[in-house]
Ligand binder design. Structure first.
Ligand code: FNR
Length: 346
């Protein structure tokens, strides 16, 4: 018998796959247009895909497998497959929230498998912003993690029938950042952030922020489907898209390393995120869908292709590496430009 939490993990996996296509009929990255140059003055052999998030946290590719799962038998198998590919392609990989395994030791192996499959790779643990220091340390130890993500998911919790109803997080996040001796990444789960959020997190010492915006996996839709008591249909379009959230983060200043996630579905989205200031991109729902539809071979092929296309696009834009994309020329589509103007961004 699986626990209630494990059942929730399985429902998240199946609903995330079911709704993925529906969720991004419109790609918010279409509102970002890159300016082509006929004279790149670059060769593919000049390009390096590596990108650094912190000392000791250097990614070999600018995209990685973002936090999804763990905590059920099905989740263990998915984690095994994802970790196998992470090891093969030298991608960093974050697990889903480890809290289920801290409460219920029967699920520890569904996370541990990520490290077993990928003994030398970059593994990132994940916990909620209310996690205690000892819980965070346990999660890191369980995975021998190289970094930890702390997720901010107020919108999701409020839609969940069994979710939290109080969200005083800043003091706890400051303690976690000050105490843990590995990099701490603070992330949303698909509703984005605003410039004030980024500034407040930066002020309490958070050095790496994943704005995780709207446009891909939609937890308002997923939790609304699970919640049969209260109808939250009106929340389906809640939050900032990932390009909006990246513009917000840029306006907050240059002190923070920014990661993009939320609706990254192609190497072009990876590139556009870099142009808008991201230092790396987390990919969750899209990779999960490729795995669900076509198995390990399909995702293996996709990851290979993304590396090749990302390298070629950097060549075409005439930049040596991902961080240099910030200098690339672009224009914003009318909706995104209107958003930026009204929010006084840039
Ligand atoms: C997630 N996500 C997530 N995030 C997190 O910080 N902790 C978690 O436990 C989970 N769980 C989870 C389960 C499943 C099935 C999915 C698809 C996603 C959110 C994820 O990391 C990411 O922020 C959002 O999904 C947006 O990115 P995509 O899916 O649009 O690429």
């Amino acid at each position: 018998m699986e626990s209630q939490q494990a059942q929730r993990k399985n429902e998240h996996l199946s609903l995330a796959t079911k709704y993925y296509q529906q969720a991004h009929v419109n790609n918010p990255f279409d509102q970002v247009r890159l300016i082509h140059t006929a004279l790149p003055e670059k060769a593919v052999s000049d390009i390096h895909l590596t990108t650094a998030l912190a000392p000791g946290l250097k990614l070999t590719t600018p995209f990685y497998i973002e936090a999804m799962t763990g905590g059920s038998n099905q989740a263990k198998e998915i984690n095994r497959q994802l970790a196998y590919l992470a090891a093969k392609h030298h991608l960093a990989m974050a697990t889903g929230s480890v809290s289920v395994a801290l409460k219920n030791p029967q699920y520890r192996s569904s996370f541990k498998v990520v490290r077993e499959e990928n003994p030398d790779g970059l593994v990132i643990a994940n916990l909620s912003a209310k996690a205690t220091i000892s819980e965070a340390q346990d999660a890191v130890d369980l995975l021998e993690a190289n970094a930890i993500e702390i997720h901010l998911n107020a919108a999701q919790e409020l839609i969940m029938p069994e979710g939290d109803r109080a969200f005083y997080w800043l003091t706890n996040i400051r303690n976690l950042v000050n105490t843990l001796n590995i990099p701490v990444i603070v992330k949303e789960v698909g509703f984005g952030m605003n410039k004030e959020d980024v500034a407040r997190l930066s002020k309490i010492g958070v050095k790496i922020i994943n704005v995780s915006g709207r446009g891909g996996t939609n937890f308002a839709m997923i939790e609304n489907r699970r919640n049969h008591q209260t109808n939250f249909n009106s929340m389906i379009d809640w939050g900032q898209t990932t390009p909006e959230a990246l513009l917000e983060a840029q306006a907050a200043g240059k002190d923070t390393i920014i990661i993009a996630s939320g609706g990254i579905t192609s190497p072009l989205d990876v590139i556009k995120s870099g142009v808008l200031g991201a230092q790396a991109c987390g990919v969750a729902g899209y990779f999960l869908n490729v795995l669900a539809q076509g198995g390990v071979n399909a995702l293996d092929h996709t990851i290979n292709e993304w590396k090749v296309v990302t390298t070629r696009l950097l060549t075409l834009l005439g930049v040596n590496n991902y961080a240099a994309l910030r200098k690339a020329n672009y224009v914003l589509g009318p909706q995104l430009l209107s958003y930026a103007n009204q929010r006084h961004l840039k």
